[in-house]
Structure formats: C-alpha cells, structure tokens
Design a protein around this ligand. Structure first.
Ligand code: HEM
Length: 396
C-alpha cells in the first residue's frame, strides 16, 4: 500500500501522485498519528458529506485539551462551520440572503473595477516583474469582504495578518508557535469585532455586521453577540484565504502550460468553466474533517460515535472515476462536479461571491497582462490543509 506521510516534503510540494495511489490501493484507511480515518475517493466523500450521521460538532470528542487556547475556541464555538442544526440553520438563515447570487451580482461592477485597477497598476511597473499573490490576488477578496461586512478602508490592513495566523490552527502538523500566534490573533480580532459592533449599533450602515447587530438587538435569541463575533471572523477568514489561493494555484497551472493560457486569452467566453477548473485542479482547501455523531457502518468499516474522518476533497477532485484525464487542466471542462466548495449542510455560503471574484481576477489578467510568464519555479507552502505557493513571481 502507498504510504501516507503528510510531512514528506515531496508530498507537500505535490500531493496528487500519492492521492492517486491511495484512491487505487487504500481509498479508506486509518492514519494513527492523527487518530483519524482518511478518505480519498469522490464517491465516498460526496456520500459522507450528505450523511447526517456525520457532523462538525465535536461532541464527546476531547479535542480541546489546552486551556490556553480558550480565546481561540471562543471564536470557533459560534461559527457556522462548527455548528449543527438547529443552531446552524438559525444562523445560516439570518445571513444567507447577503450571499445569494442575486445579491452578490450587485457587487459585480465594483469587483470588476477593483481587479482591473490592480492588474493595470501591476502592468505599469517599469521593471515588468512582480508577485501575483501579494500585488494582485491578496487585495481582491479582502477588499470585497471588508466592504460587505462594513470594515473601513483604513482598518483593512489589519485583517490579513489576523486571518493568516488564525488558519494556522487548522493544520494538523502545526507548531506551538503557530498555535500561540493563532490564539493571539483570535483574541485581537474578536476585540476588534466587538468594538465594530458597538460602532455599528451607534451608527448602523448597509453592511452585514450592522444587519447582524440589528437582528441581535431585536431578539438576542435570534443571534447572540458571541455568534456575531465568531461569524464575522469566519467570513473574513473564509472569504479571503481560499480566493487568494485559487488565483495563485490557478495561475501557476495556466502559466505552466502556455498553450492553455493562450487558448483562454483567445476564448474569454471560457472564463467561467476555467474558474471551476482552477478550483478543481489544485484545490485550495485540501481536506475537511467530520465527526461520526451516531455509530455508523460504511462499506464494511464500523465507526463508533466520535470517530473522526478526514475527507480529502483535493483527491476526490482528481478521481479518474469522475473526471476524464483528471491530471489535465481543461479550461472548458463541463460538467465539473468538483468538491472544492464542499457539499451538503456546510456547502460554502460564499461560493457565488468567490466565483465572481475569480472570474474578474482571471479576466483582468488576460486583459491587462496577456504576456505573463512565470519567472521561476514555484515553491508551495509546506501545509496539509491550505495549499498555495509561497509566491508567484512573474514577468510581463
Ligand atoms: C475559492 C474560494 C473558496 C473556497 C474554495 C471555499 C471553500 C469552502 C468549503 C470547502 C467549505 C465547506 C467546509 C466543510 O465542508 O466543512 C466552505 C464553507 C464556508 N465558506 Fe467558503 N470557500 C471560498 C470562499 C468563501 C467566501 C468568499 C466566503 C465569504 C464569506 C466563504 C464563506 C464560507 C462560510 C461562512 C462557510 C461555512 C458554511 C457553513 O458551515 O454553513 N467562503 N467554504
């Protein structure tokens, strides 16, 4: 059987060959160092994501062993991503319509203008080189989500470092430094959101935090203040990191195959399918966990309540049983039933917004920087959950 070693530098640089071996030889196996089961086939992942006997609430599972992480746990506890019905339904219903395709389409003009502005200013650099991640991709989602939530322009620079530190806690191979940084960021971020709540209460505006504060003030049972804090932080983190990573991973894939990049420039009508392919091909969030909520038998495996499963969406996205030529980036691929936004109850609420941002990001690059080339080979951050290159140095 192929051996799974999540700290192997070759695996971290390119996990896809090992995923292929696992799908074939050991699609479901127990990985002792994490005390979790690993699942790698599309069929299993999609079936289990829809199975209500699995959930995200860590009932009866001792995961929170370190009291020093309390500040971090506090901001996780009320977050949509960590809740099950009825609390999950109550909160998701309260915020859902802000994220519908119809509502986010109202932002389209602003998103397109932002992407164009960033691409034009990169293209104007006299040295004709730069880093696509920091100089182009990063400002897009943070600007959009900050605007949606109602964070002022002057304050936006504080969000990226907090968000970067917080996501470190989701890495299974994290260090103590990463944990301490995540706890510190959660504490500071929560204090900041609490102040924002007071400001919005005094002077409400047309934004998501004002709306959540209005719901709370009308009926504190509808949404607690702790839930507003937890979800504002979730929206900022979730709304930002993965979008940057898809622009980075997608552009590395496109620029590594100049004929595909040329074809997309010649056929911008394929942008929407190209975005789906970028999401599939090099998945920004490689896996998510679920916990067994009631004893479960699945394909001959018996999982008692409390068993933890890692569902490798990134492997499901390369499953040859579902995708023809899965290791080929095909910007016209359709249908494309990738798992990058998850499935079922926790399906990404921000998917319509992310799709819009990604479409305009790629469009701005093909329009204003058509001669983009990768300057050097790209090196990936050695992480298991979040996959993205350290930098994407380009010339143009
Ligand atoms: C390319 C960008 C994005 C990707 C790949 C992505 C991916 C995901 C995935 C895989 C999940 C489900 C996690 C699970 O199965 O446990 C999720 C949930 C979520 N995402 Fe996204 N996301 C993206 C952008 C966004 C944006 C722009 C927002 C905006 C606020 C957002 C907000 C959320 C929230 C709040 C949840 C939790 C939903 C729930 O539990 O009901 N995401 N996302």
């Amino acid at each position: 059987m192929a051996s799974f070693n999540p700290t192997d530098p070759d695996f971290l640089e390119n996990p896809y060959p090992l995923y292929a071996e696992l799908r074939s030889d050991a699609p479901i196996f127990f990985y002792e160092p994490w005390d979790k089961w690993v699942l790698t086939r599309h069929e299993d992942i999609s079936a289990l994501l829809r199975d209500r006997r699995l959930g995200r609430v860590m009932e009866n599972v001792k995961v929170r062993t370190n009291p020093e992480h309390a500040a971090f746990d506090d901001v996780q506890d009320g977050s949509l991503l960590e809740l099950e019905p009825p609390d999950h339904t109550r909160i998701r219903t309260a915020v859902q319509d802000v994220f519908t395709p119809r509502h986010v389409r109202a932002l389209e003009g602003k998103i397109a203008a932002l992407c164009d502005r960033l691409a034009v200013s990169l293209a104007a650099k006299p040295e004709r080189r730069g880093d696509l991640l920091t100089e182009f991709a990063e400002p897009i989602p943070v600007t959009v989500i900050a605007e949606l939530l109602g964070v002022s322009v002057a304050e936006r620079h504080r969000l990226v470092p907090w968000s970067g530190a917080i996501i470190g806690m989701f890495e299974p191979e994290r260090t103590e430094e990463m944990e301490a940084a995540a706890v510190r960021a959660a504490r500071e971020f929560a204090a900041y959101v609490r102040k924002l709540i007071q400001a919005k209460r005094r002077a409400p505006q047309d934004d998501l935090i004002s709306r959540m504060v209005g719901l709370h003030d009308a009926d504190p049972e509808r949404l607690s203040e702790a839930e507003i804090v937890a979800n504002a932080i979730l929206f900022l983190d979730a709304g930002h990191e993965a979008v940057v990573n898809v622009v980075g991973n997608g552009m590395v894939a496109l620029l590594s195959q100049p004929e595909v990049w040329r074809a997309l420039k010649a056929h911008p009508e394929h942008l929407e399918t190209a975005v789906e392919e970028a999401l599939r091909f090099d998945t920004p969030l490689q896996f998510f966990e679920r916990v067994v909520r009631e004893d479960l038998s699945y394909k001959g495996f018996s999982w008692p309540k409390g068993t933890r499963l890692c569902l490798f969406y990134a492997s499901g996205n390369r499953d040859e049983a579902v995708f023809r030529d899965p290791d080929t980036f095909d910007p016209t691929r359709s249908p494309n039933p990738h798992l990058s936004f998850g499935l079922g109850l926790h399906y990404c609420i921000g998917a319509p917004l992310a799709r819009l941002e990604l479409k305009h990001a790629f469009n701005a690059l093909i329009t204003h920087l058509p001669d983009l080339r990768l300057e050097v080979d790209v090196v990936y951050e050695p992480k298991n959950v979040f996959r993205y290159p350290k930098r994407v140095p380009v010339t143009f």
